[in-house]
Design a protein around this ligand. Structure first.
Ligand SMILES: Cc1cc2nc3c(=O)[nH]c(=O)nc-3n(C[C@H](O)[C@H](O)[C@H](O)COP(=O)(O)OP(=O)(O)OC[C@H]3O[C@@H](n4cnc5c(N)ncnc54)[C@H](O)[C@@H]3O)c2cc1C
Length: 57
């Protein structure tokens, strides 16, 4: 049993994961004692709703 800070692991950095991470970031800024890790296979965020704009250029 761990006696450290609660650990949060977010699997996937898409819309769900990124917004979860942003919420936890806000909680950390407000003093929450958490250890948050975001795991994603890519080091970028793909904003899918804008992809059709790229095709239309
Ligand atoms: C072209 C397109 C346009 C869209 N337009 C809209 C729109 O206008 N409005 C709307 O509401 N929705 C839209 N959607 C749908 C929207 O993108 C999805 O509903 C949303 O991305 C789902 O979010 P999610 O977090 O569940 O999954 P995802 O956003 O798919 O995130 C999953 C993440 O997990 C990561 N991952 C997967 N497997 C692994 C692994 N084994 N190890 C590590 N990381 C992994 C991926 O890299 C990805 O970053 C669109 C989708 C597409 C494809």
């Amino acid at each position: 049993m761990s006696h450290g800070k609660p650990r949060v692991v977010i699997l996937g950095g898409g819309f769900g994961g990124m917004y979860a991470a942003l919420k936890f970031e806000r909680a950390l800024e407000q003093g929450a004692a958490l250890d948050v890790t975001l795991v994603n296979q890519d080091n970028f965020f793909l904003f899918t709703p804008m992809l059709h704009e790229v095709v239309g250029l």
